[in-house]
Design a protein around this ligand. Structure first.
Ligand code: SIN
Length: 489
């Protein structure tokens, strides 16, 4: 049985732009379609913001900024706690919307709602905790006051793969710090983020807080709509999650105004299975690290690097587990894996598999599209993969697990680090010494040892090398929205 969106959700779902506390149409009434990736059917038409609409949203965020930064930190915290409660109370409904626009299974979507809501709970608590300093200068002649101020209106550009969590991970700390925001949700899956904006709008209204604190501008013309904001002096912060290529271009545009930026970019996570690993645990961890959201996650394991002595058996067991998965619409009972986001995603995954098999990799399972409507690709295990195959070098963003063998620890670490990316890494070992070495030497911002998942609202999420700048989540996440001001007196 498949579970549809509830009529109450459908009738109250905002599909316009939220500017200054009011939902309305885009200039000229222009809209774009949001498609269900499991059926290829249009779900909703959504307002398509123009550059002028984006400027109106920034003006609203700018106008609301003085009042918002003047609110008591406790008040900001209580607002976020209120929104957390409302989201958790509606978890099933919101999960249904995530499944509809993004494709992931209902269970995964529900887990994402709780993960996403947790950023509001965490930053409700952090809003009242960020420290300052007051001391006598060492020479004794004066006092030093070091205070933290909100950086100012922020543009938050969010991706489609976790449409609630990637938005709350930015909005939570921004609001807690005292920043007002303009959110530009992903064109492919904007609806969940828009629903969260509506929950925030009504919580702000109920508490008599400024209306323009949260603005949202869905658009099919991302570059055109956001570029003018990056050169507008009213904008003081840019936070982006998406590909390294787009991140580079945004960084270049942000340089003009020396904007404060946070970037969560692409990954190519190694999943290292050492000779002494517990193989059962490694296969279990691999299922999570690879298949969350059908592999469409920046922290998804991209390359499975397995010691020679275990590589064949690891690949065999993983293929057996993949083979047993039920692929289908995420809203259907009993489905383990949903579709990819669009036909371009399926084409790319298929090309990577073709390139790897052309270079000698063996397809143990999968390696093809599912013959039905929707953007489905069979979960795939590739053995004997060339380290220079595209699948080893590029972010796959799909349910494909390439297995590569290594001979010793040095080679494992060298292979793992042989990428310009450095977002996440995973490693399985039963040796404490090896675990410590991997923790020291893997070039990644997040390292899971004997764990296939690292994400947590209370932990710093972000990358090294070309995987990004700054951190989201944890104590570090709020720092991205604060600046330090020193007063000598
Ligand atoms: C991502 O894909 O960027 C985020 C996934 C997560 O937060 O775990």
């Amino acid at each position: 049985m498949s579970i549809a969106l509830s009529p109450a959700l459908v009738s109250h779902l905002p599909t316009g732009l939220l500017v200054g506390g009011h939902w309305g149409p885009a200039t000229g009434g222009r809209t774009f379609e949001v498609v269900d990736p499991a059926t290829e059917e249009v779900l909703f038409d959504v307002a398509d913001a123009s550059p002028e609409d984006a400027r109106r949203a920034l003006a609203a965020a700018h106008d609301a900024a003085p009042a918002w930064r003047a609110t008591a930190p406790r008040e900001r915290g209580e607002l976020l706690r209120g929104v957390y409660e409302r989201i958790v109370a509606r978890a099933d409904d919101i999960a249904a919307l995530i499944t509809a626009e993004c494709g992931k299974t209902r269970a995964e979507a529900r887990a994402e709602v709780l993960y996403g809501a947790d950023f509001f709970r965490w930053y409700a608590e952090e809003a009242v905790r960020f420290p300052g300093l007051h001391r006598r200068a060492p020479a004794g002649a004066n006092r030093q006051l070091v205070q933290r101020r909100p950086v100012g209106p922020a543009l938050l550009i969010t991706p489609w793969n976790f449409p609630i969590a990637m938005a709350t991970r930015k909005i939570g700390p921004a609001l807690a710090a005292g920043c007002t925001v303009v959110v530009k949700p992903a064109q492919l899956a904007p609806l969940t983020t828009m629903l969260v904006a509506e929950v925030l709008r009504s919580e702000l209204e109920d508490r008599g807080l400024p209306a323009g604190v949260v603005n949202i501008v869905p658009t099919s013309r991302a570059g055109d709509a956001t570029s003018p904001l990056l050169t507008d002096p009213r904008l003081r912060k840019l936070s982006f999650t998406g590909s390294t290529g787009v991140g580079r271009s945004l960084l270049a545009q942000a340089a003009g105004q020396v904007l404060n930026v946070s970037m969560e970019l692409g990954g190519n996570a190694p999943f290292v299975v050492m000779a002494d690993a517990d193989l059962d645990a490694a296969v279990e961890g691999a299922m999570v690290a690879k298949l969350r959201n059908s592999g469409q996650s920046c922290v998804a394991a991209n390359r499975f690097l397995v010691h020679d002595s275990l590589a064949r058996e690891f690949a065999r067991r993983l293929a057996e587990r993949f083979e047993a998965l039920r692929l289908g619409p995420g809203a259907d009972d009993g489905v383990d894996l949903g579709p990819l986001i669009d036909s371009a995603a399926v084409d790319k995954v298929d090309e990577l598999v073709g390139d790897a098999s052309g270079r000698g990799a063996q397809v143990l399972t999968g390696g093809e599209r599912l013959g039905r409507k929707g953007y489905f690709y069979r979960p795939t295990v590739l053995a004997g993969v060339d380290p220079d195959a595209r699948v080893s070098r590029e972010e796959i963003f799909g349910p494909v697990a390439p297995v590569l063998a290594f001979a010793d620890d040095d080679e494992a670490i060298a292979l793992a680090n042989d990428t310009e990316h450095g977002l996440a890494a995973y490693a399985y070992t039963t040796s404490l010494d090896r675990a410590m070495r991997l923790g020291d030497e893997l070039e990644a911002g997040m390292i899971g040892i004997n764990r296939g998942m690292v994400s947590d609202a209370s932990a710093p999420f972000g990358g090294v090398k070309q995987s990004g700048l700054g951190r989201e989540g944890g104590e570090a996440g709020i720092e991205e929205y604060l600046e330090t001001v020193y007063v000598a007196l």
